[in-house]
Design a protein around this ligand. Structure first.
Ligand code: HSE
Length: 306
C-alpha cells in the first residue's frame, strides 16, 4: 500500500548510468528503471521488507544504505533517534553499474527530508548523497533526472543538468555476474598517459555538445574513452566484442555502465533495440557470460515523492 502521511512516505528513484564513456566520475544519466522505497517511522528497531532485487539477501541494519542515509539526515535535522521500517520494491539490479547504491542513498535522504519538514534543498541533498556515495556521478542524475555533469569544488558536489536535444533508446545488457565498484576502481591505474587524458577530455566535451545540439552522428566518437574502459573491459569477458556487436547492429555506441558489469548501448529512437541487445548478449555468451536485456529511455524526472 503506497501512501504518504507524517510517519510514512514513498519515494521512487531511477537507475543511473555513470561515466557514459569518457566522463569518468562526472557524467551520468537517469534511466527508466526504478526502485521504490517506503519509509515508516516506528518507535524503535529496524525492519526491512524487500520485493525484487536483493530479496532475501539484505537485512535491516543502520548500515544498509537506505537506512544509513535516512538516519543521517533525520538525526542531523531532528537531533533525535528513531526506529525505521523500510519496504523496498527493487527493479535496479545490485552491483551491476546501474546505481542501486545511489538509489538507496537518495531514497533515504529524500524520505527523511520529507518526513522531517523538507528543510534541505536539492543542492544539500546532492552534497549529503555524494558524501555517502563517494562520487557525485550517480547521485546527481538520481536526484535531478536527465543527463548530468557533476563536479567537486572545495569538497562540495555540484551538478549541471541538461536535457539532450533528442531522445534515444538505451539498451542495458546486464550480465549475471556482479562486479563490485571497489574491484572495478582497483583495476584503473593511478596515473595515465597525458595523451589518454587529452583523448578522453576531448570526447567528454564533445559528448555534451553532441547531446545538446542533437548531432547524434558524433556519438560514436564522443563516447570513446581511455580513462577507465581499457582497464575494466577485461573484468567483463566479451565486453569489447559486445561493443563492436552493438555498433554493427545499429547502435551509435556502447559503453560500460558505471563501473560495470552492465553494458549500455545508445541508439536512435527508431533503431531496433531488441536486435542490438541480442547481438550484445550473443557476444557475451561466446565468452561464457549470460545476461539480461532491458530496453530503457532517459528518465527526466529524477527521484520523486509518490
Ligand atoms: N564513476 C564511478 C566509477 C561510478 O566508474 O567507478 C560507479 O560508482
Amino acid at each position: 500500500m503506497l501512501k504518504t502521511n507524517d510517519k510514512l512516505v514513498t519515494v521512487r528513484v531511477p537507475a543511473t548510468s555513470a561515466n557514459c564513456g569518457p566522463g569518468f566520475d562526472c557524467l551520468g544519466m537517469a534511466c527508466t528503471l526504478y526502485d521504490t522505497f517506503t519509509f515508516e517511522l516506528i518507535p524503535e528497531g529496524y525492519e526491512l521488507e524487500i520485493e525484487g532485487e536483493g530479496e532475501g539477501r539484505m537485512h535491516p541494519s543502520p548500515n544498509n544504505l537506505a537506512f544509513l542515509a535516512f538516519l543521517k539526515l533525520w538525526e542531523q535535522v531532528k537531533h533525535t533517534e528513531t526506529g525505521l521500517k523500510v519496504h523496498m520494491k527493487n527493479d535496479i539490479p545490485l552491483s551491476r553499474g546501474l546505481g542501486s547504491s545511489s538509489a538507496a542513498i537518495v531514497g533515504g535522504l529524500m524520505a527523511a527530508n520529507y518526513l522531517s519538514g523538507k528543510t534541505m534543498k536539492p543542492q544539500e541533498l546532492l552534497n549529503m548523497a555524494t558524501a555517502i556515495e563517494g562520487h557525485p556521478d550517480n547521485v546527481a542524475p538520481a536526484i535531478l533526472g536527465g543527463f548530468t555533469i557533476s563536479f567537486m569544488e572545495n569538497g562540495t558536489a555540484q551538478a549541471l543538468r541538461i536535457v539532450p536535444a533528442r531522445r534515444y533508446n538505451l539498451i542495458a545488457v546486464i550480465p549475471d555476474m556482479p562486479l563490485s565498484t571497489a574491484k572495478a576502481r582497483g583495476a584503473i591505474p593511478a596515473v595515465i598517459p597525458h595523451k589518454d587524458a587529452v583523448f578522453s577530455a576531448s570526447r567528454a566535451a564533445l559528448l555534451v555538445g553532441a547531446l545538446m545540439s542533437g548531432k547524434s552522428r558524433l556519438l560514436p566518437i564522443a563516447m570513446e574513452d581511455k580513462l577507465h574502459q581499457p582497464y575494466r573491459g577485461p573484468l567483463i569477458p566479451g565486453s569489447f566484442q559486445a561493443f563492436a556487436a552493438a555498433k554493427k547492429a545499429g547502435a551509435y555506441s556502447a559503453v560500460i555502465s558505471g563501473s560495470g558489469s552492465t553494458l549500455l548501448a545508445v541508439a536512435h529512437l527508431q533503431a531496433d533495440g531488441n536486435k542490438i541487445g541480442l547481438a550484445m548478449q550473443e557476444a557475451l555468451k561466446k565468452e561464457g557470460m549470460d545476461s539480461t536485456v532491458k530496453l530503457l529511455k532517459l528518465d527526466l524526472r529524477g527521484a520523486k515523492i509518490l
